[in-house]
Ligand binder design. Structure first.
Ligand SMILES: [Zn+2]
Length: 494
């Protein structure tokens, strides 16, 4: 059955005229007859729905959304024009007078509801030696983009979560307006670049020092905080970049180890009392962290260190009674910890520790066999009970009887345990109800890989770093620093 879609004889043209009227008579209110015209458009749409019994609530919602978008466009344009008309025609930087003024220069913008037009004044500031549009600055419009702030935000959010081609299709269904793939990608990059600047300002800000006077105690974020443990977890994963594209052979000749895979350094931190266990039965408990901070950067270990230090301070590093770092055996991680979190308790992720024993078991008895499980079980128990030295001795005693492959696995395990022995205090962890694994960061890495490590995906360093930065602002609940208008939605939905 073909469904004939009603084509509202919509007064699109009439609404268009209205839009021009708003520009010409910016000072006037949106008149009652204009609203009436819009109401008439809506009435016609609803009448047509009534004539089509096969059209249910979905059609009603879609028609009303489309009609409402047109009205919203008019309202946005009207309010924007009023604000532009009221702006002081001075230089927004030095507040000096403008000369060679040109009034009512038109500009077209992409707002969330559709295209809107703006007329504003343009002038020359002799002191700053620049041409300026005071209204643009006041409205938060970028010189290099036609996107409105809400559209800028939508692009940033969508593209940091999914590839631009998916975001294009999704934007049409969710917002009722198509944002083109190129607009999405370009805007997300611009917003990501701005986010990088904001992040730099944050991490470079001086450490906030609490005032010493007791009268100021109430101003402190937590005047007498309960003692707490701060948990930090660190890991890395890799992303593929398009560097030296088309020159692979040449690059390989120069450097046989030439690779397009690069490390994304990732970390998380949270207070132990923000980690709760949830689940119906004792066997199905899983940990949930209610408040936590994230870091992810392609900028190298130094960048990770700077950002992680900032996040740890924001979570109360200075007040923490105990700081606990959990990670795998990567040498760079523990060097970083020695450097920045010298007082921290270090713990090797139990899963990684166990994996080395499983590797030996596999060589001895084959992967997944009953014998391998039987062999490994008592050793895993010893690891859990802090008897690492005994495990090392047993592996050493075993070696003369092993095949070459098993010897190699045993040697790797012995070396790993010797290097990390002091970080393998799992009994203490259980007593203190602390995590023994770095599952929180492992799962974060997996989530990020779902966006950044898709099949056939290649990045550029500025591209992936900008999007990672946006994603971290989102996860760290600092989105409103980039898009202050988002506060209104939060307030309205509280
Ligand atoms: Zn100026």
């Amino acid at each position: 059955m073909t469904v004939s879609l009603p084509q509202p004889r919509c007064s699109s043209a009439a609404l268009e005229e209205l839009s021009d009227e708003i520009l010409t008579h910016g000072q006037k209110l949106l008149l009652e007859q204009d609203i009436a015209r819009w109401r008439e458009d809506l009435r016609q749409r609803l009448e047509q729905i009534q004539r089509h019994p096969e059209q249910g609530l979905g059609f009603i919602e879609e028609h009303i959304r489309q009609a409402a978008l047109k009205l919203q466009c008019l309202l946005v344009q009207k309010a924007m024009q009023d604000k532009a008309d009221a702006v002081d025609e001075v230089c927004p930087d030095c507040h000096g007078p403008l000369c060679a003024k040109k009034r009512r220069v038109p500009r077209s913008l992409d707002a969330y509801c559709g295209k809107v037009k703006l007329l504003r004044t343009h002038g020359w500031c002799a002191r700053c030696e620049q041409w300026v549009f005071p209204a643009d600055r006041m409205l938060g419009l970028r010189e290099d983009s036609t996107a409105s702030p809400l559209v800028q935000e939508m692009c940033a959010l969508l593209v940091s979560k999914m590839p631009a081609e998916q975001a294009e299709a999704l934007s049409l269904r969710i917002t009722g307006r198509r944002l083109s793939r190129s607009t999405l990608a370009r805007e997300a990059q611009r917003q990501g670049d701005s986010a990088l600047q904001v992040r730099q300002q944050l991490v470079e800000a001086p450490v906030w020092v609490a005032p010493a006077s007791p009268t100021n105690a109430a101003l402190l974020p937590e005047s007498s905080p309960q003692p707490f443990t701060l948990v930090i977890q660190i890991d890395a994963w890799n992303v593929r970049e398009r560097d030296h594209w088309g020159h692979t052979r040449k690059m390989r000749r120069k450097d046989p180890k030439f690779d397009r895979w690069h490390w994304v350094y990732t970390a998380t931190c949270f207070r132990l009392n923000h980690r709760l266990t949830k689940g119906r039965s004792k066997n199905k408990l899983r940990a949930i962290i209610t408040e936590r901070s994230y870091v992810a950067t392609r900028g190298g270990i130094d960048a990770l260190m700077q950002q992680l230090y900032y996040e740890a301070r924001a979570r109360g590093l200075a007040q923490a009674q105990r700081v606990l770092v959990i990670a795998d055996g990567a040498v760079w991680i523990w060097n970083l910890v020695e450097d920045r979190f010298r007082e921290a308790v270090q713990r090797l992720d139990l899963y990684h520790a166990n994996a080395y024993l499983w590797a030996v078991a596999k060589e001895l008895f084959g992967a997944g066999t009953r014998e391998s499980r039987q062999w490994v079980k008592p050793l895993l128990k010893q690891i859990c009970n802090d008897q690492v030295a005994q495990v090392i001795t047993q592996l050493q005693q075993l070696k003369p009887r092993l095949t070459q492959a098993a010897t190699k696995a045993a040697d790797e395990a012995i070396e790993y345990y010797q290097n990390n022995q002091k970080r393998m205090k799992y009994k203490q962890a259980r007593q203190l109800n602390e995590p023994v694994g770095s599952g929180a960061i492992e799962s974060t890495c997996r989530q990020l890989q779902c966006r950044f490590k898709r099949c056939g995906q290649f990045w550029s360093t500025p591209g992936d770093e900008a999007l990672l930065c946006l994603e971290m602002f989102w996860r760290n609940q600092r989105w409103e620093l980039l898009f202050p208008h988002a506060k209104l939605t939060a307030i309205a939905n509280n």
